[in-house]
Design a protein around this ligand. Structure first.
Ligand code: AVI
Length: 324
């Protein structure tokens, strides 16, 4: 049995159920301040658009974090120790983790956790082929709601990896709850390597979320296109504008879709009314200072042992240990 086929027992749930998607959408669009959960960006179209965003000149996080990982890989390997089990949350195509697997001392196991089952299996199979000495155990689950780790993984050998500043898509209170739950699941002594975007000039931030080629705008509007495709929606995409603005007080980029007219849209037969100028809030992307993030983490049970930033202080990586 190959490492990957041995792991299929861990595959849990498949993609999001249509009825949950529909009730989340109707609930979000029935509020006085309309909103949609950002997790629904990532169908096949949205994931492909996000991959393109990561290559844009304006979107500095991906290249900056990748460079930081390369620069710090040896140091991280020293902290991780021999025979580590690497658990990646929201593993997607499992690209960045290769930098770690190349540097770590005889990593024993790689556990990619992702909600997109087919994508997960394909990426895990490629990785298992390229790293035959590593046991690859894919787990298909929504890592925010919880997931089962393979049995017998010692916490002090475990290293979770949560790159990309996805933690920024949680509100700070939710980020704390999530990090606390993760620590409980992994156990005392577990380690976490997490990528966190930093506060900076609002013009740099707004350009990163409103690029000249309009890829982020297409990514944002794809949420409406997905509702049309999957929930029998009647959104006219040309009647909604992409908006990305930085809220300095809250330290977050907000993405919205602004209705250009008074209009009524139907979703699975349910009418949703928009007045001109009204927006649907589709995403928050919180930015932190290094001490600000460390304060949040410590309240969630994680002690930061190292923090690294690039020389322009655009992005940060933190090495944390679950404390008692
Ligand atoms: C996935 N997440 C960390 C991205 C971010 O930067 O908040 C999602 C994104 N939204 C627009 N561009 C990228």
């Amino acid at each position: 049995m190959t490492a990957i086929s041995a792991a299929r027992a861990h595959l849990a749930q498949g993609p999001v159920q249509d009825d949950v998607f529909l009730s989340d959408v109707l609930e979000g669009l029935s509020r006085p301040d309309k909103s949609l959960p950002c997790k629904y960006f990532y169908d096949a179209e949205g994931s492909a658009l996000f991959d393109t965003i990561c290559t844009l000149d304006e979107y500095y996080p991906t290249r900056t974090e990748t460079a930081l990982l390369h620069a710090r890989a040896k140091e991280i390997a020293g902290l991780a120790g021999r025979g580590a089990t690497l658990v990646e949350l929201g593993s997607g195509s499992s690209v960045k983790v290769r930098i770690l697997l190349d540097a770590l001392d005889a990593p024993a196991m790689y556990v990619p956790v992702d909600i997109s089952r087919d994508h997960l299996i394909a990426a895990a199979a490629r990785l298992a082929g390229d790293y035959p000495a590593v046991t690859v155990v894919p787990v298909a689950a929504d890592y925010v709601r919880g997931f089962a780790l393979p049995r017998g993984v010692a916490p002090e050998r475990t290293m979770a990896f949560f790159p990309g500043s996805t933690i920024g898509n949680f509100r700070p209170a939710e980020a704390m709850t999530f990090l606390n739950g993760l620590g409980r699941r992994l156990g005392y002594g577990a380690r976490l390597l997490i990528g966190v975007d930093l506060r900076k000039d609002p013009a740099v931030l707004e350009a990163a979320y409103d690029d000249a080629r309009g890829v982020t705008a297409a990514f944002n509007r794809n949420l409406l296109a997905r509702i049309n495709r999957e929930l029998d929606g009647t959104f006219d995409l040309d009647r909604f504008a992409h908006v990305a603005r930085y809220d300095t007080a809250r330290g977050r980029i907000e993405m919205h879709l602004r209705s250009l007219d008074d209009q009524t849209v139907r979703i699975a037969g349910h009418p949703i009314r928009f007045v001109r100028g009204e927006t649907i809030h589709t995403e928050n992307s919180y930015k932190y200072s290094v001490p600000g993030f460390r304060r949040l983490a410590v309240r969630a049970g994680w002690h930061t042992e190292r923090s690294w930033t690039d020389e322009d202080r655009l992005f940060s990586l933190h090495w944390m240990v679950r404390h008692g």
